[in-house]
Design a protein around this ligand. Structure first.
Ligand code: AMP
Length: 288
């Protein structure tokens, strides 16, 4: 496994590959866990060259967010990356990616204004800018993204399709701890009490999914109310949003029986202390 810190070195390394070798790319912000490793495993299965990037991207953090204290651990990350089968780890400094302020913006409209886009203004503009830059740097055939960030998958897929970027976006399932908590680098911020209370997210999502199958409620307002009540019962939970939208279009849905698209997303963002967690489930409503 090679650790590369500059764009020029990465480009010359990738030039050496056989012309028919598929390049699989897993962009991350590091502090790796089994969720990240699952993306690397999938890339390893499908591609001859697996590139992992570790870059805490300042442009996707708001001024009062956790950029400075985002967890970092290079040594541990490199061990996990090696174990999971990465060939190349691209580990640039901020100045390598942003040697000057970017005057170019990459903006996906509409779907970036919902969910996390509403709570975190500018977040997706930072994501689409850095992912475009990384795609131009790595030029992957396939790029692997976790459904933990389902809106990000929708936004990146839209960007790639709209701009004819020659890369296939591969969505990968959410990896969870044994007790159901969605794996996240930010889970380390949680106290043991907060972590325990945070289980309400996955528990509510799984129960709601089951309830939709057994009781077939029709009004989305009822679904939201039930979820909101369940989460609010946890004294440490402060709800940012509870949404039920079509997926991947992220359109408002009022009734399930006049729903055009085949999938819904139930998406949650909830703060426990200063730590904001997100989780979601995708529900197939036609013929599930
Ligand atoms: P991050 O380092 O948080 O920016 O995440 C990098 C990639 O890993 C993104 O595509 C995430 O969606 C994905 N990811 C993060 N957590 C998980 C998880 N629990 N299961 C699957 N993928 C994940």
């Amino acid at each position: 496994m090679k650790v590369i810190r500059t764009i020029s070195e990465l480009r010359s390394e990738l030039k050496k590959r056989p012309f028919d070798a598929l390049v699989g790319f897993v962009p991350t912000m590091g502090f790796l866990h089994a969720g990240h490793a699952s993306l690397l495993h999938k890339a390893r299965e499908e591609c001859q060259i697996v590139v992992l990037s570790i870059f805490v991207n300042p442009t996707q953090f708001g001024p009062n967010e956790d950029f400075d204290k985002y967890p970092r651990n290079e040594e541990r990350d490199l061990a996990i990356a090696k174990e999971a089968g990465a060939d190349i780890v691209f580990f640039p400094q901020v100045e390598e990616i942003y040697p000057r302020p970017s005057k170019t913006e990459v903006i996906v409209s509409d779907i970036t204004t919902k969910l996390c886009g509403a709570s975190r203004p500018g977040h997706f503009a930072g994501v689409t800018l850095v992912v475009s830059k990384l795609f131009n740097i790595v030029q992957p055939d396939k790029a692997y993204f976790g459904m933990k960030d389902a809106q990000q998958v929708a936004v990146i897929t839209q960007m790639v399709n709209d701009l004819n970027m020659p890369v296939e976006i591969v969505p990968c399932p959410i990896l969870r701890e044994e007790d159901g908590l969605a794996m996240s680098s930010r889970n380390v911020y949680l106290s043991s009490e907060q972590r325990n209370e945070a289980l309400v997210l996955s528990r509510t999502l799984m129960e709601t999914k089951q309830w939709l199958i057994t009781d077939a409620p029709n009004l989305v307002s009822d679904i939201r109310e039930r979820i909101t009540n369940q989460i609010s019962a946890s004294p440490l939970a402060e709800i940012d949003y509870v949404e039920v939208l079509s997926y991947p279009a992220l359109e408002t849905v009022e009734r399930l029986d006049d729903q055009e698209s085949e999938s819904l997303i139930i998406a949650l963002a909830v703060k426990f202390g200063a730590t904001r967690l997100i989780d979601n489930v995708i529900i197939s409503i036609k013929g599930n």
